[in-house]
Design a protein around this ligand. Structure first.
Ligand code: PMP
Length: 376
């Protein structure tokens, strides 16, 4: 790697309008933040913050080793048990992030000589799990369950795994979970569903789209989830049967070789889960708000917290996002390679703690940034 090569790549990236830079949030900032995944506003909820503090007081700041050495504390186990109960699974296993949960689960469930069927909406962590698995990977169009069934039926491999997001992260649309599960059942395959954007958002009391579809606890169904979105914390979880959990402990490399997720994150995630269980109306409030804001900015009716507004040109999307930021509203801006060419977009993520007046303000700012009629 030479400096000249780095400079060349940087120049081409910038010329394509694809250079990115993280912008640090500052303490006491007053922006309206609709770019985060803090769907229920729990990252700053007093009970959730207290959960993190209490876990630090009990366990310290680090888990001090990988989970299988001495890095498992009772807080991990308690959270895993309660999370499994919440999603209607027999067991769950916590990883340091949702990313690592997906990579670990996929690589532990499929290997050389197996088949994985993925789709064009799959999150990068599922894609990377597929790549690392050494299985044969077939990618079908997002939501095309007929294609999934066809590929599964025509396979020569004995074992097959289908991976999908339940709520697609880019535009918040829903995967056809019932059909996908039926396809896997009919062909002796396993279905892995990433509920990252569905926990706390869809299903009864926020139990996810798997639960909403009546599939909770089904055989040969693996659920992955994150603590970094509606739970306002950090960490990933894989839920399913006891046999699955034990298999992951023995074979998931991102579990075995990674330091256990820190106690504060576990304490926060667990407290957030309790807040969600005690406030089962929060997901409904979130969806209602998302629908109000989508109507106000002319976006399609959302099925989750994500409101997606296609701009097209990456530079125009960046400019619109910057204009919103300048006027105190943080929105996401997605460009290739995160989205297909020509579909750069603003992505607003609704939160349950945003009121009607704020929605009106946000809508005016976004409309103005996009040069829409009726802008403020
Ligand atoms: N799956 C999906 C669908 C996601 O959107 C994300 C995060 N953006 C992840 C997994 C990874 O989760 P984490 O950020 O907790 O690593």
């Amino acid at each position: 790697m030479t400096a000249a090569w780095l400079a060349d790549v940087a120049e081409r990236t910038a010329a394509a309008g694809l250079h990115r830079a993280p912008v640090a949030r500052q303490p006491g900032a007053t922006e309206i933040n609709l770019a985060s995944n803090d769907y229920l506003g729990l990252s700053t909820h007093p009970d959730v913050m207290a959960g993190a503090h209490a876990a630090i007081d009990t366990w310290g700041t680090g888990s001090t080793s990988s989970r299988l050495v001495v890095g498992t504390v009772q807080a991990h186990v308690d959270f895993e048990n309660d999370f499994a109960d919440f999603v209607g699974a027999d067991a769950a296993l916590m990883f340091s992030s949702g990313y690592l949960a997906n990579v670990g689960a996929v690589t532990a469930l499929a290997g050389r000589g197996d088949l994985i069927v993925s789709d064009t909406g799959a999150h990068a962590s599922l894609i990377d799990g597929c790549r690392l698995s050494r299985a044969r990977v077939v990618v079908v169009d997002r939501g095309d369950h007929h294609a999934v069934r066809r590929v599964l039926s025509e396979r020569t491999e004995q074992r097959a795994l289908v991976v999908t997001d339940s709520v697609y992260s880019i535009d918040g649309r829903l995967a056809p979970l019932r059909e996908l599960y039926a396809a896997t059942r009919a062909t002796g395959a396993t279905l892995l569903v990433d509920e990252a954007h569905a926990i706390g958002v869809r299903g009864p009391g926020g139990r996810g789209l798997v639960a909403e579809c009546g599939l909770a606890g089904s055989p040969d169904l693996v659920v992955t989830a994150v603590c970094s979105k509606s739970l306002g914390a950090q960490g990933g979880v894989v839920a399913g049967s006891v046999l699955l959990r034990d298999h992951l402990i023995d074979h998931a490399r991102t579990f075995i070789f990674d330091t256990g997720v820190n106690p504060a994150a576990v304490g926060a995630a667990h407290a957030a889960l309790r807040v969600l269980i005690a406030n089962p109306h929060l997901p409904d409030r979130l969806l209602a708000g998302a629908r109000r804001i989508a109507a106000a900015v002319g976006a399609d009716r959302p099925e989750s917290a994500v409101v997606s507004l296609i701009v097209g040109d990456p530079a125009a999307a960046v400019a619109a996002a910057q204009e919103c930021r300048d006027r105190g509203v943080l929105v996401g801006c997605f460009r290739p390679p995160s989205v297909p060419e020509g579909t750069s977009r603003l992505r607003l993520t609704m939160r349950a703690d945003v009121d009607d007046a704020t929605i009106t303000t946000v809508a005016a700012v976004v409309r103005n940034a996009l040069g829409m009629a009726g802008a403020a």
